[in-house]
Structures are given as C-alpha cells and as structure tokens.
Design a protein around this ligand. Structure first.
Ligand SMILES: [Zn+2]
Length: 263
C-alpha cells in the first residue's frame, strides 16, 4: 500500500486570472511571432522567431513556469491594446493557462509580487486568483467601453482657437456614432466589414503643439483610425469633425469600464 500523500500527482493544468497594467510602449500582450516564419526562425527575424524579446505573457511566464514546473502556457486577454499603447487604470483582465504543471500548488500572491518586483516600471499585475476554463469564455464575451487618452497632432497648421471651439462643441454633443471599416493594418486577420461604434469626447487640453484628448468609446472601436479617419475607413473621424487632418501619436487606455451587456 502506498501512502496517499506519497503518490506522484499527474501533471495538471493550472489557470489563474488577474489584471495587468502596462506602463511602457514597447511591449506586446502576447508572444510576437515573426510573421514571415511564424516562429521557426528566418533571415528577417535573425533566427529569433519573434519580433520583440518580451511580452506581458512572457514576463509572467518567465517566473510562473518554473514555479509551476509547467511545460507550455497560453495567455487569454480581455481584448488587447496595440504594443505601443499603455494600459493604465485598474488594468486589463487576463487568464494565464499553464499546461502540464508538476507543481500546481503555488502561492499566487507571492508569484504576483515576484513578477512585479522583476518588472518594475514595465508591468504591474493585480488581483491574482485561481480560476477555471469558464473564465476564459467570459473574458472573450464581455464587451466593455473604454476610456482613452490620445495625443493628437494636426498635420497642417491650425489655429488653437478653432480647435478649442470645435473640440468644445464635440464635448457638448456627447455620444457620436461612427461607422468603421476594419483598419488596413488588421484587415489580414479580421473580416473586412463595416461596424457601427460610438465615441464621446470627454475633455481635452492643448499640450505643446499637440492636443491631449480624453475620450470614451464602444468596445471594439479602433481609436487611432477613429482619429485619423484612415482615408475614410472611419466616418466621421475626428479629423473630419474638426475639419483638419490629424493623427494619434500616442495612446493610453485609461480604464476599462463596466460591461455594456453583462451576461
Ligand atoms: Zn522569422
């Protein structure tokens, strides 16, 4: 008879959830495989297989995987921001899934503290807890409006007084419906259809030669394109509404708000 406690546990799957804040503009959410070789390594990526050294996923995995003695992992985000967009506020929910863990019982709070300690100034992780597969589905189905702050730069000379007046009028108008065609930069991986979204200009201020615009938008709105218009792929765009072509040169997610249609 073997003692119950001496039995070697089968490698098991561990899922935990949390939220991440991303404080830098050079970090993708998940492993950024080279699009030419899909990770196998080629001339374009100098055999590396990836286009960035790190991602939120890898910064977590680098600590979590040896702790869990796990073989592989998956990262499930509640949506994602572009690599150059910071994720501020109370962070973005995610589930980290580790497969074939030989040591599944770890102290998640200690793990969280250790990842934060090793990545200070880059990412900050909040509220870890164990979860099950159902959370991944919930995360993917939840549709949340978001608050953003965009640094907007005009491509032609503008009179600050005119921009101030136009932005002030947009704040008063409240919710603006926009029609958005899939941006060309993601059209290769998303269906190219027109979607109705909304944006609300909340506040704004002049900052050096740019304008800092705080706005709220519907789940799934492409903000950079809603500002530039991308040659009419978003109608109307901020460029169109302000009567002068402008682009978003920096973007932060300030917060992810409560779901519009909680299940
Ligand atoms: Zn490659």
């Amino acid at each position: 008879m073997t003692n119950q406690t001496e039995k070697v546990a089968e490698p098991t799957k561990v899922l935990f959830e949390g939220r991440y804040r991303k404080l830098v503009r050079d970090l993708p959410q998940t492993i950024f495989y080279c699009p030419s070789c899909k990770g196998r390594g080629c001339e374009k990526c100098e055999g590396f297989g990836k286009l960035t050294k790190d991602s939120v996923q890898e910064l977590i995995a680098r600590v979590a995987m040896p702790w869990l003695k796990a073989r592989r992992n998956k990262f499930h985000g509640a949506g994602r921001e572009d690599m150059d967009v910071r994720m501020l506020g109370s962070g973005r929910p995610f589930v980290f899934e580790a497969m074939k863990c030989k040591r599944p019982m770890i102290d998640l709070e200690e793990l969280r503290a250790e990842i934060n300690r090793r990545n200070e100034g880059r990412i900050e992780l909040l509220d870890f807890k164990f979860c099950n597969r159902k959370r991944v589905v919930e995360l993917k189905e939840t549709r949340c409006p978001k608050d953003y702050r965009a640094r907007v730069r005009f491509e032609e000379e503008v009179l600050p007084r005119d921009i101030d007046r136009a932005l002030s009028s947009l704040v008063e108008q409240g919710r603006l419906t926009v029609l958005q065609t899939t941006p060309s930069r993601v059209a290769h991986r998303r269906a190219n259809i027109e979607r109705e979204r909304w944006i609300e200009i909340i506040e704004y201020e002049a900052n050096a030669s740019d304008w800092l615009v705080t706005l709220r938008s519907a789940h799934g709105t492409y903000i950079k394109e809603a500002i530039s218009g991308e040659s009419g792929r978003t109608k109307p765009s901020l460029s169109e509404l302000l009567g002068s072509p402008c682009v978003c040169v920096e973007l932060d997610v300030l917060n992810i708000l409560e779901a519009e249609n909680p299940k």
